[in-house]
Design a protein around this ligand. Structure first.
Ligand code: AHG
Ligand code: MN
Ligand code: MN
Ligand code: MN
Length: 323
């Protein structure tokens, strides 16, 4: 049996990074506890404020954000954090080694219906002095660790430090994350896809054509049937892709004039892309590899196409991109 700290030590993870990851795991256990209390804990419903992206915050968005921010800035290893729920970065101790980006609660719309949600995180080295927003704007390639905590029927921590993907399951009796899957691999082929179909009329033509081909099934030019699944929380959809393959996409659409998508590069697309690539999958926008993007803002949005490599290639081919 391997706990999270044992597995990290076996991978020769630097002590400061182990401390940072254990701090995230600690916060995750507390968020998990609050989620499981549900209505009884008085934590459901709206907080009544808007975040920097203009979304109405749920109480648990705020609670999870405040908790992660507090423990990370106090753990001694983190120089600064950036979060979906913070307008700009927040500084910690000057000698901290890492910058941590996080989505404290992904899938907020699932909270009040007792469905799957998660916490997504992405860790970079602090490479610049003095600290500024520019310190955070490193391409996903620079991540030293990324992952998520999934609050589902069981609670899981899924992690990469660049040596493959490991999945840990929370043992509620011990309060420890125990390694339950090692060297996770995404299947190359799939017959499953995930997209919010209600946005179809806003998609660009290449995405219309690609999804049209999937829906045409055995009788269409792909000559096979596809199934569709949509958790409405990226963390749940990516977890399914890691477990049994699939293609997940949140494309840009005509409501976004600057061709951005819905998902945020720094704390949604980059960490998930690092995991998916470490598991042998692909993660692209409709034109470039997500981990190679030079970010321009902490809350930047990007289109996302990720998952089983052969299927991502098919989708990109519809966009005129051959890899
Ligand atoms: P968040 O709850 O952190 O704001 O993120 C929600 C995101 C993502 O998890 C999910 O894939 C997508 O929003 C679903 O959005 P729609 O239901 O609006 O398509
Ligand atoms: Mn949100
Ligand atoms: Mn999110
Ligand atoms: Mn969120």
């Amino acid at each position: 049996m391997q706990t999270l700290s044992m597995a990290l030590r076996l991978n020769n993870t630097p002590v400061e990074l182990i401390n940072t990851l254990q701090t995230i795991a600690l916060a995750g256990k507390d968020i998990d506890f609050k989620l499981r209390q549900g209505s009884l804990g008085g934590v459901l419903g709206s907080a009544g404020n808007q975040n920097v992206q203009g979304e109405t915050q749920k109480k648990l968005d705020v609670i999870s954000n405040d908790l992660l921010k507090k423990v990370l800035l106090e753990c001694g290893s983190v120089r600064a954090i950036a979060s979906e729920e913070e307008e700009t970065y927040v500084e910690g101790p000057k000698d901290g080694s890492y910058l941590v980006n996080f989505d404290p609660l992904d899938g907020s719309s699932n909270i009040d219906i007792n469905a799957m949600v998660g916490t997504i995180f992405s860790i970079y080295p602090d490479q610049s002095t003095p600290l500024s927003e520019a310190s955070f704007l490193q391409p996903g390639n620079n991540q030293v660790a990324a992952g998520y905590i999934l609050y589902g029927p069981s609670t899981m921590l899924v992690l990469t430090t660049g040596q493959g993907v490991q999945m840990f399951t929370l043992d509620p009796a011990m309060g420890e994350f125990i390694l339950t899957s090692d060297q996770v691999k995404v299947s190359e082929q799939t017959q499953e896809f995930a997209i919010n179909m209600s946005n179809q009329r806003f998609w660009a033509e290449p995405m219309q054509n690609y999804i049209g081909d999937l829906l045409a099934g055995k009788e269409g030019k792909r000559a096979k049937n596809f199934n569709m699944r949509w958790v409405a929380a990226m963390v749940g959809d990516v977890h399914r892709v890691l477990c049994r393959g699939g293609l997940f996409t949140y494309p840009w659409d005509s409501r976004e004039p600057n061709k951005a998508g819905k998902l945020r590069l720094m704390y949604e697309a980059n960490p998930m892309s690092f995991l998916i690539e470490q598991a042998g999958g692909l993660s692209w926008t409709d034109s470039e590899r997500i981990l190679s993007i030079q970010p321009t803002a902490i809350h930047q949005r990007v289109p996302v196409i990720l998952g089983s490599s052969e299927e991502v290639k098919q989708c990109l081919k519809s966009h005129g991109v051959t890899i």
